[in-house]
Design a protein around this ligand. Structure first.
Ligand code: DGY
Length: 329
């Protein structure tokens, strides 16, 4: 144990396993809020003024919440998305922010494709129907789904996860790929025959529209009433990015009125989603934000976040530094 690091304190507030806490304890004082000791939020607030590093996910962290964290050097988020953090404020304070890209790409793409398949083939709806003892005669057209193979897949936001969804569609299901976004991806155009479109064109042409953009001021409500009306009546919208990318009220209306065929959703404007008109809609598949929620991927994410945190607190440049301008090296 080096004496220069023993004084640093880490507040580990979520998604960190006991084994990882032990690893952290080799170098740092570690505080883990414990529900059996009372209010988790109060424990978090109480620990903040002592913390040099935070590790976890699922808290909105910005000016109001971090002003008391006078010693804070790094926030290591166990997520690829960092819309929960006020990066401008972090920059102002010189606090490093790290995330966990790459390690969740394939699992999140698997989930995207799961939503495409289950929406198209009505998997969740027909599972509930079968278990309710409704299967008394062979299934007729009223319960038929729609094909996935050979249909056009539109990827909104062709980053790593978007490309991984596109590969599944192109190589596994022979789907023509369209994509929209800020830049052309010539390598993917060559690899997958993907074609660039404006968002409006993509919405009008795709049979499946998969949202994979990060949430920002620019992408908030990117899909609203107007955009939903541009989609084919037979099309399915899949959202594995962030809930606020879609105007949920407009989506619910579109699903109720069959403006589009269906939606496969992993994310919502307000999470956790405990009550919603979506629950009454058979043409909406609703999952509880599980894009990266496999044992293997969550462990890989936590390890990556832990490595980032350690590097930052030991004065090395973390591998996944979101705001490199604050690194003092
Ligand atoms: C992410 O990492 O951003 C995923 O949505 C899981 O939280």
């Amino acid at each position: 144990m080096s004496s220069s690091t023993t004084q640093k304190t880490v507040l580990a507030f979520s998604r960190v396993t006991p084994a990882m806490v032990e690893r952290l304890r080799q170098d740092f004082n570690v505080i883990v809020p414990d529900p059996s000791l009372g209010d988790i939020n109060a424990q978090f607030e109480e620990a903040l003024p002592h913390a040099h590093g935070l590790i976890g996910v699922g808290r909105k962290l910005g000016r109001n919440s971090l002003d008391s964290a006078k010693h804070l050097e790094v926030v290591s988020s166990v997520s690829v998305g960092y819309d929960n953090y006020d990066v401008d404020y972090f920059n102002e304070r010189g606090i490093m922010l790290t995330n966990t890209p790459d390690v969740l790409t394939e699992s999140t793409a698997d989930l995207g494709f799961t939503l495409i398949m289950s929406s198209a083939r009505r998997v969740a709806e027909l599972d509930a129907w079968t278990k309710a003892g409704e299967w008394k005669a062979s299934v007729g057209p009223a319960l038929f789904g729609t094909d996935v193979h050979g249909k056009t897949l539109g990827i909104v936001g062709m980053g790593n996860i978007g490309a991984a969804v596109a590969r599944r569609g192109r190589l596994g299901f022979n789907m023509p790929i369209l994509y929209s976004g800020n830049s052309r991806k010539t390598e993917l155009e060559q690899e997958l025959g993907a074609q660039f479109r404006t968002l409006d064109q993509l919405l009008a042409e795709a049979d499946f529209v998969c949202l994979v953009v990060p949430l920002s001021e620019k992408t908030k409500h990117l899909i609203g009433e107007r955009e939903l009306k541009l989609m084919k009546k037979s099309a399915i919208l899949v959202n594995i990015s962030r809930g606020p990318v879609v105007d949920e009220v407009a989506l619910i209306e579109a699903l109720q009125n069959n403006t589009i065929r269906g939606a496969g959703l992993d994310v919502y404007e307000k999470e956790p989603l405990v009550e919603s008109p979506l629950f009454a809609l058979k043409n909406a598949v609703t999952l509880p934000h599980i894009g990266s929620a496999t044992h293997e991927t969550r462990e890989a994410m936590a390890n990556r976040a832990l490595d980032n945190l350690r590097s930052a607190l030991l004065g090395e440049r973390p591998q996944d530094l979101v705001n490199p301008q604050v690194f003092k090296g």
